[in-house]
Ligand binder design. Sequence first.
Ligand code: NI
Length: 207
Amino acid sequence: MEDSKIRKRLIIGALAAGLISASAISALLFRSGSAHVPQTRSSGEALVGGPFTLTNHLGETVTDETYSDKYKLFYFGFTYCPDVCPLSLQIMAVALEELGPLNTQIHPLFVTVDPERDTPESLAAYVAQFHPNLIGLTGTVDQIKAVTSAYRVYARKTQDPASAGEYTMDHSSIFYLMAPDGSYVSHFTHVTDPEAMAREITQVLKK
Ligand code: NI
């Protein structure tokens, strides 16, 4: 399927779910992606990842060890995000569907950068809108600081221009594909074509 068709399908899906506004769509369509790309060593190995302790959307304490049986696809965002996170999670959901049965060989993880508002309960409702395999992760402010720092995710509270007295989060928008042992494999941004993402993940899983 052509990129434009996929993007259209994603946007229609997001609209149907009431997730993004029309103005957000035009911003997304014409956005070139402001994600902070991680620094890489000359070997190509990126300096991202590390151990973490967090709480999953079922309220259970989890660590990097909990997910050491499979590859992991991480995305960092927050449930109040009006545009980029819903689009990114749609891309992730389409890529997981493109993987077919292989998608059971990967843990898709959505880590909040807004632990003060994203409780396990709100994450549970949110991730279910995108994909049944998607796992929501939150934690204390310090736990989230530690994991975002390990994954070199930029996240900062700012005044919400759409709502006086409320805050929103500026954050980088990157998917990280990590190996079962927690080492970095690859990354993608929210302008990635989900079919291309699925192809690259398939190649990694079949190695
Ligand atoms: Ni976002």
